[in-house]
Design a protein around this ligand. Structure first.
Ligand SMILES: [Ca+2]
Ligand SMILES: [Ca+2]
Ligand SMILES: [Ca+2]
Length: 228
């Protein structure tokens, strides 16, 4: 029976053992590297691709939704609503006030800039929001049975300061003096959707005489064509 190893076998065993240890070291290194990669998450290339896709998505969303136009449309909807509110109040005044009369003349919430809307001779510029006859709608809404249905007159949603009621964006009001009791209100639309010449826009489909502003009232021909 064989006892012990020959010197050759001892050497071979040592070499085998060294190779095994070397392989173990390499495997340990591989494990360490793969652990690091999995902890790091995305590679740089993957990250760049994700950023690129996000940028394309963001651009598409901005192009499709166009936030500036959406905000302009929201303000236009407010303008339509504001003029409707005033029309309702004036119609209530005509229907329920005792001895209704109109003051006559034109009032604008925006500046009287030459060759711009509200350049009408004698037009009064006012952002007075009171409803007792001194505001830019200069009819005493307090004479309505039950009182004025609106606490304050609306102004163009561009803002409530004089500076924010611009030549391009403001409200206006005109009446015939005395007991003829005709009136016209105007607003300027701002968004592409509600402005002339978009098909179905509000400015040229209101029955008035000016295709470039929104007209409301019981005589839409009261304000001269060039003054809307
Ligand atoms: Ca019009
Ligand atoms: Ca217009
Ligand atoms: Ca008109």
């Amino acid at each position: 029976m064989k006892k012990g190893f020959t010197p050759l076998e001892i050497r071979a065993n040592r070499v085998r053992s060294e190779k095994l240890n070397y392989m173990k070291t390499i495997m340990n290194d591989v494990n360490t590297v793969s652990e690091r990669i999995s902890r790091r998450g995305f590679t740089l290339i993957e990250l760049l691709i994700v950023i690129g896709i996000l940028a394309i998505l963001a651009t598409t969303v901005v192009l499709v939704l166009n936030p500036a136009q959406l905000l302009a449309e929201t303000r236009d909807v407010q303008r339509l609503s504001d003029l409707d509110t005033i029309r309702t109040a004036l119609n209530l005044y005509l229907a329920t006030a005792s001895g209704p009369t109109f003051p006559g003349g034109r009032r604008c919430t925006g500046p009287a800039v030459a060759a711009a809307p509200c350049a009408e001779v004698g037009a009064v510029i006012s952002i007075d929001r009171t409803t007792a006859g001194l505001g830019w709608v200069n009819v005493n809404l307090g004479a309505i049975s039950g009182g004025s249905p609106i606490p304050l007159l609306p102004l163009d949603p561009n803002g409530i300061t004089a500076a924010s009621q611009t030549a391009a964006l403001h409200y206006s009001f005109k009446t015939t003096p005395g007991t003829t009791l005709t009136y016209e209100l105007t607003a300027q639309m701002e968004s592409a959707k509600y402005s002339n010449p978009t098909v179905g826009n509000k400015e040229s489909n209101d029955g008035g005489n000016n295709d470039n502003c929104y007209e409301v009232g019981n005589d839409l021909f009261l304000i001269a064509l060039a003054e809307c």
